[in-house]
Design a protein around this ligand. Structure first.
Ligand SMILES: Nc1ncnc2c1ncn2[C@@H]1O[C@H](COP(=O)(O)OP(=O)(O)O)[C@@H](O)[C@H]1O
Ligand SMILES: [Mg+2]
Length: 317
């Protein structure tokens, strides 16, 4: 087994007497891996990140980062980690370059070293053109890149990213994904939180699904997907009245029960051998002269994954 970078043991955390944010979390993140902590709003993701980054102390349990306890060795842990949050922790009134230099100074690097590191990061994050503009003029994607750059000033071996792409447009999201993969290639351990199954799937070596302060599933993206039932084949019939007939016919091709929407004429079939199931479904419908308005093979949504894993919908948390 590879060496562990982050070890979390039975962490609990409540806010006040009523909100139990974390209810016994155990987690190991191997060095150099990306772990995706996947869960809906309110699941406890940020609370765990805040504990691991020494900003909050757990009620019970313990956690180590690179061998150091996040409570008793908090000062050392802070030297070893970077944190980029959903809400950029940078100063609006400073330029991109000034923000990065400031962070370097906060880490007690010399002015010359801080300026040199800022230059490197501005190049790496494609922010050279915008370097001397105040952050007020930056787009959402540029801010997020700068926030990530700021978390890397001290070249931390362990990086925490709390919903790094929430609210970003698809182009900016892809740009950040690329950077995160490059960081991993350079040896950085990454723990990221996300509400998007697609993001966890794309980036993470291991996905940990968290719900109501508990881990409800854990595995590689493929393991988790087969647990959830693979893809969803969504068929929109030309004649909505034939949904029951179609669902009946296609039942044996699915990895679970088909779900129908009689009003819209939609049959949703969970499938695992997706390409094969798609071909067979199209053929079967064709033989029965059931025509399709639209056909889509898609990944399960986080909602569908949640429904399967927890028995309740994500937004009901
Ligand atoms: N400072 C706080 N005071 C009281 N309750 C909080 C506080 N921060 C978070 N919570 C609650 O703790 C739970 C977990 O929140 P959080 O860790 O922010 O989840 P996530 O990041 O997954 O959305 C939620 O029910 C949230 O409302
Ligand atoms: Mg959060």
């Amino acid at each position: 087994m590879a060496e562990a970078s982050i070890v979390v043991t039975n962490i609990r955390k409540s806010y006040g007497t009523t909100v139990r944010a974390l209810d016994g979390i155990d987690l190991i993140v191997e060095k150099g891996s990306i772990v995706g902590l996947l869960g809906p709003n309110g699941a406890g993701k940020t609370t765990l990140v805040r504990i691991l980054t020494t900003l909050l102390t757990p009620d019970t349990g313990s956690a180590r980062v690179e061998g150091y306890d996040v409570v008793t060795d908090a000062g050392i842990v802070r030297q070893l980690i970077g944190l980029a949050g959903q809400y950029a922790a940078v100063d609006e009134n400073l330029t991109g370059r000034e923000n990065l230099v400031l962070v370097g100074r906060l880490y007690h690097h010399s002015i010359a070293d801080s300026e040199q590191r800022a230059r490197e990061l501005l190049v790496q994050f494609g922010l050279v053109e915008a370097a001397d503009r105040t952050l007020k003029t930056y787009s959402g994607g540029m801010r997020r890149r700068l926030d990530l750059a700021a978390s890397l000033v001290n070249k931390p071996p362990v990086l925490f990213l709390d919903e790094p792409t929430t609210g970003l447009d698809p182009g900016s999201r892809l740009a950040l994904w690329k950077i995160i993969r490059e960081l991993q290639a350079a040896g950085t351990t990454v723990l990221l939180t996300t509400q998007y199954l697609e993001e966890a799937d794309h980036l993470a070596n291991t996905i940990v699904v968290i719900d109501k302060g508990r881990i409800v599933a854990k595995g590689t993206p493929n393991e988790l997907k087969s647990l959830v039932g693979g893809d969803v084949l969504e068929m929109h019939l030309t004649e909505p009245s034939r949904v029951n007939e179609a669902a009946q016919m296609l039942r044996s091709l699915g990895s679970g029960e088909p779900v129908i929407d009689s009003e819209l004429g939609i049959v949703r079939l969970p499938v695992t051998q997706s390409a094969d199931a798609l071909q067979k479904a199209v053929r079967a419908l064709d033989v029965a002269h059931i025509t399709l308005e639209d056909l889509q093979l898609r990944r399960p949504t986080l909602d569908e994954a949640f429904l399967k894993l927890t028995g309740h919908r994500a937004e009901m948390v």
